[in-house]
Design a protein around this ligand. Structure first.
Ligand SMILES: [Zn+2]
Length: 342
């Protein structure tokens, strides 16, 4: 999810039914030129370099796997959802990134739905920091999406396979060049049906809740049709994070803007409660949310990996890495500010 306002469970169906009739035939006609269009409209800021190209290629490879039809839209409690989790776990094993306890998957009870089990799971792992103790960061995305509806598979490439594979690349980067502090990676279950995974995580975190200095949540970070801007929300609630985030934004190869976290203003859609960072915010844990504007495939069957421009995606993930490194460098101060603001 990352809807404009909190929606009731599966409130997406009516909007989708109407939109599907117009959007899908258009996309079918446009399929042949979709890739060309994506590149032609690439924001001027996006740069190419061998490292960025390699990151884009890796991101798209994983995105294509996780948002594949065989994952059946990764509905919470469905076999496709379990395959999505297994894919993330398999990639973590290959990267040598360990779980926190005995298992990567922490069971989460999901709501009963026709044809689905009531058991899902968060996938949780940790890349240890150099200091060994002290505050920790939690990076999050949600692995679930809307599943299959009628004849349509909702692959949810941008929402939120993009955040999920971004986290895998970040785990790889922090494994290669460690941070000072521990980074906990959480792929949440059932965000699309009430943020059940993140609620369960915050209720029973894998480390004492006081130790969590900040949450960085990625949900929809791969599409640039909405103006090619990456939004950072959360600094109006936690102003002490602004200068840190600005220092990372200054070097970004994607236009970064701050907002979508107040009831009014130019970015008037308030995303404070629109994804899993809301569970942290409710527990008074500071958050930064990263996401793009809505696009025509939002919560539609056309949210496919083939629509994603790897160069843009690489630029948002590179910014996320710079942001997390900047937070890590000042995590002691962040943690103190968090304690004061509680
Ligand atoms: Zn989402």
């Amino acid at each position: 999810m990352r809807s404009r306002a909190p929606t009731p469970d599966f409130g997406w169906t009516e909007r989708t039914a109407a939109a599907q009739r117009t959007v899908v035939p258009f996309m079918a006609r446009a399929a042949a030129i979709a890739v060309w269009l994506a590149f032609a409209s690439l924001p001027a800021h996006a740069q190419t370099s061998p490292a960025a190209d390699a990151l884009g290629t890796q991101l798209l490879k994983r995105l294509t796997a996780l948002a594949h039809d065989s994952m059946e839209g990764r509905g919470a409690g469905t076999p496709g959802g379990a395959r999505g989790r297994a894919y993330i776990e398999q990639e973590l094993r290959a990267l040598g990134v360990a779980p926190i306890g005995a298992s990567y998957q922490v069971p989460v009870r999901v709501r009963a739905r026709p044809g689905a089990d009531t058991l899902g799971a968060n996938v949780v792992a940790r890349v240890p920091g150099r200091l060994g103790t002290g505050p920790a960061l939690v990076l999050s995305a949600h692995h679930d999406h809307l599943g299959v509806r009628g004849d349509s598979v909702y692959n949810g490439a941008d929402d939120d396979a993009s955040g999920s594979v971004a986290l895998l690349s970040l785990a790889e980067a922090f494994k290669r060049q460690p941070l000072d502090h521990d980074v906990i990676f959480a792929w949440f279950e059932a965000e699309e049906s009430g943020m059940l995974g993140s609620r369960a995580f915050v209720e029973k975190p894998p480390v004492p809740v006081e130790q969590i200095a900040v949450n960085v949540n990625l949900d929809m970070v791969s599409r640039h049709e909405g103006g090619g801007t990456l939004w950072v929300a959360g600094t109006s609630h936690y102003p002490f994070l602004l200068s840190i985030a600005e220092s990372a934004a200054a070097k970004a190869t994607v236009p970064v803007r701050f907002g979508h976290d107040t009831p009014g203003g130019s970015a008037s859609d308030n995303w404070t409660s629109s994804s899993d960072h809301a569970s942290f915010h409710r527990a008074k844990i500071p958050f930064l949310y990263l996401g793009v504007e809505d696009h025509p495939d939002y919560h539609k069957p056309g949210d496919d990996a083939s629509k994603v421009d790897p160069r843009f995606f690489a630029s948002t993930v590179s910014f996320a890495e710079a942001l997390v490194r900047a937070l890590d460098a000042k995590l002691g101060e962040v943690h103190k500010s968090r304690s004061v603001s509680r």
